[in-house]
Ligand binder design. Structure first.
Ligand SMILES: *[C@@H]1O[C@H](CO)[C@@H](O)[C@H](O)[C@H]1NC(C)=O
Ligand SMILES: *[C@@H]1O[C@H](CO)[C@@H](O)[C@H](O)[C@H]1NC(C)=O
Length: 273
């Protein structure tokens, strides 16, 4: 599976999003490169705790990766892509807060547009690892998550591991490097978009898909959340859009006169936990 044109789920009407009000304080998601070394170390330690297998042999991180893989077709290339991923990110963030006992922990972001002309040389990758090793099935062998494995199958059960991989040297036409990402100027143009779904398409179809497919390996498909660079990338895609859900709901209401039920449901399930 790769990031391409995919199907759309059907929405039905419902009313109240009011019950999904935010609980607790709002934490600021920071640029990874602006964080203090102690905060960076705490984040990495938290991710490692999330990667610890439970009694059934499946880690929380693998479970979240499975959720994304299982819903891959329905969670992309549709107006609700951004809202769906906001919920996923929040689940991951809350899981991290729980394992670290720190309710102020926030997922950092990689400002990959700042590194767009030579992303393979980004300092972010000094921690998050570079390309996979061609001699070892493209497994990631450097950084904080070197030699990690994904130990869950398509049904969410414990399974023989596949190594966490990236494959940007062969996937992007050789030269052992990642070719350029979308530049800040192009992204800034997308942020000027005033129609919700035009904006969503401009962010999802080009910058977002491109980064996944260029990094390839696990990042190129449904298992991408098991690669820890995923979270830093998605935050960048979704940041500066804190009212995005509201904008989406307004857009949907303008078209249909009702509130998108699936989003309300996702939020209610999540906040009711
Ligand atoms: C979090 O708190 C629990 C319960 O007090 C403790 O067992 C655990 O070691 C703590 N975890 C961290 C990362 O401090
Ligand atoms: C969001 O916008 C602010 C103000 O324009 C900017 O400083 C910040 O870097 C932006 N965040 C991201 C992740 O692009």
């Amino acid at each position: 599976m790769v990031y391409m044109k995919l199907s759309l789920v059907t929405f039905v009407a419902s009313a109240a999003l009011a019950s999904a009000a935010c609980k607790g304080a709002v934490n600021t998601r920071q640029n990874w490169l602006d964080m203090k070394p102690t905060a960076q170390a705490q984040y990495i330690a938290g991710v490692k705790l999330l990667h610890t297998p439970n009694a059934q042999g499946v880690s929380k991180l693998d479970e979240i990766g499975w959720m994304h893989n299982f819903n891959f077709a329905n969670a992309h290339q549709a107006p609700h892509t951004l809202a769906w991923h906001r919920v996923l990110l929040r689940q991951y963030e809350t899981a991290l807060q729980t394992v670290t006992n720190d309710s102020t922990l926030a997922i950092p972001y990689w400002d990959w547009s700042a590194d767009s002309q030579n992303p393979g040389a980004s300092k972010v990758l000094d921690t998050f690892g570079h390309d996979g090793d061609a001699k070892q099935n493209m497994c990631i062998t450097d950084g904080a998550f070197a030699n990690w494995a994904v130990k869950v199958d398509d049904n969410g059960n414990s399974a023989p591991a596949h190594c966490l991989s990236r494959d940007w040297s062969s996937a992007s036409g050789g030269m052992n490097q990642l070719h350029s990402f979308i530049a800040p100027e192009v992204l800034a143009e997308a942020f000027k978009e005033t129609e919700y779904d035009n904006f969503r398409q401009r962010v999802e179809s080009v910058p977002h898909n491109h980064l996944h497919n260029a990094m390839a390996g696990d990042m190129g498909g449904g298992w991408s959340p098991t690669d820890s660079i995923f979270w830093l990338q998605e935050i960048k895609c979704l940041s500066n859009s804190s009212t995005l859900l509201g904008t989406y709901i307004q857009w949907y209401r303008r078209r249909t006169g009702s509130t998108p039920f699936v989003i309300v449901l996702l939020y209610n399930i999540w906040y009711a936990r």
